[in-house]
Design a binder for this molecule. Structure first.
Ligand code: NAP
Length: 320
């Protein structure tokens, strides 16, 4: 006998939409919030591409609405993080950070993805001391001061544009000579007089770890190898995300980059375990696609539960 019919891990758009649909299917879902409650939209400002809000909606407001909507239909929410799982047998077992265990017949993994860091060491060491992965969270601290943004995607452009509200100047450092960002974001960034670009370059070092604050960055031109130091007060890293799947490694199938492999909708290779949102999506990675896959996961889980024999436990296989 398991504690729950369905548990959803993760509380971004994928997890909360799965919870909404599971709750409306009368499955009384338990949603475990995870460390970054609300997911990546909590770190953003205006969301202009969520359908239904012609003037946009602030990311944290959108998540508050989703959460309230899931609760309205009976979703139970648990704060905290899952630290271990056993997916080899059904019911599946989840161990919480405080040692509690929860068993469930079906599991939806919606743990999302987290910001990536450079591999230079000094960026991590100065994290919270001038280096950040979240302009919305930390931009305010750089009023009237020069900063850099690393990356060439939509996130980097969004961060750079946002930072111009505070910073005296924003220098984007990108490793190629063309941006990956969408045309509209590129146009906005190019049109902003406070944004400069350094092309074909990488950040080789962030100064000054010994002082415990950012005084500048060392930029290496990738074609010439030329190094130069750029004095500034802050650096924002916006080079993409890594899926949050370390918890499941060895128990469900992951691809070479660590994304959960899903098939036939949201099914993983373990029957009864479903994946939704950025944790299984290396292509679209939008809030609205995450929500859509959360809906699919709840429907897939509901069908799976309907087909289960009563009061049986089955042995599942493990992925090496
Ligand atoms: P992304 O599209 O994967 O872009 C990552 C950027 O970082 C790329 O320009 C990449 O360079 C660079 N990069 C990766 N690793 C690097 C490294 N080690 N050192 C230096 N540079 C590195 O990621 P994203 O910008 O976070 O966007 C992810 C998804 O979310 C996309 O689908 C995007 O459209 C979406 N998004 C949308 C919005 C919006 O619509 N407003 C806002 C944010 C994100 P290369 O170009 O050379 O690969």
């Amino acid at each position: 006998m398991s504690d729950r019919q369905i548990v959803i891990v993760g509380s971004g758009p994928a997890g909360l939409t799965a919870a909404l649909y599971a709750a409306r299917a009368n499955l009384k879902p338990l949603l475990i919030e995870g460390l970054e409650a609300g997911g990546q939209l909590m770190l953003t400002t205006m969301v202009d591409n969520w359908p239904g809000f012609r003037d946009g909606i602030m990311g944290p407001d959108l998540m508050a609405e989703m959460r309230a909507q899931a609760a309205r239909f009976g979703t139970e929410t648990l704060e905290g993080n899952v630290t271990a799982v056993d997916l080899r047998h059904r019911p599946f077992t989840l161990v919480m950070g405080d040692g509690r265990t929860i068993t469930t017949e079906a599991l939806v993994i919606a743990t999302g993805a987290s910001a990536r860091w450079l591999e230079i060491g000094s960026d991590r060491k100065l994290s919270g001391h001038g280096v950040s992965t979240c302009a919305t969270c930390d931009g305010y601290f750089f009023k009237g001061r020069p900063v850099a943004v690393v990356g060439g995607g939509d996130s980097a452009m969004e961060e750079a544009i946002y930072l111009t509200k505070f910073a005296s100047k924003v220098t984007v450092v990108h490793r190629r000579d063309a941006l990956r960002a969408s045309k509209i974001m590129q146009e906005k960034a190019f049109a902003n007089p406070k944004i400069d670009f350094i092309w074909d370059s990488e950040v080789a070092d962030v100064k000054d770890v010994d002082k415990g604050e950012v005084t500048g960055i060392v930029v290496r031109h990738l074609k010439t190898g030329h190094l130069r130091e750029l004095p500034l007060d802050g650096m924002f890293v916006a080079i993409g995300h890594t899926p949050n799947t370390s918890l499941f490694k060895g128990q469900i199938e992951l691809d070479a980059s660590g994304y959960i492999v899903s098939h036939h909708g949201t099914r993983t290779n373990v029957p009864g375990v479903f994946a939704a949102g950025d944790v299984q999506d290396r292509i679209y990675r939008q809030a609205v696609t995450a929500a859509g896959s959360g809906c699919m996961a709840a429907i897939d889980a509901e069908r799976y539960l309907e087909g289960l024999p009563q009061d049986t436990s089955e042995t599942r296989h493990t992925v090496a």
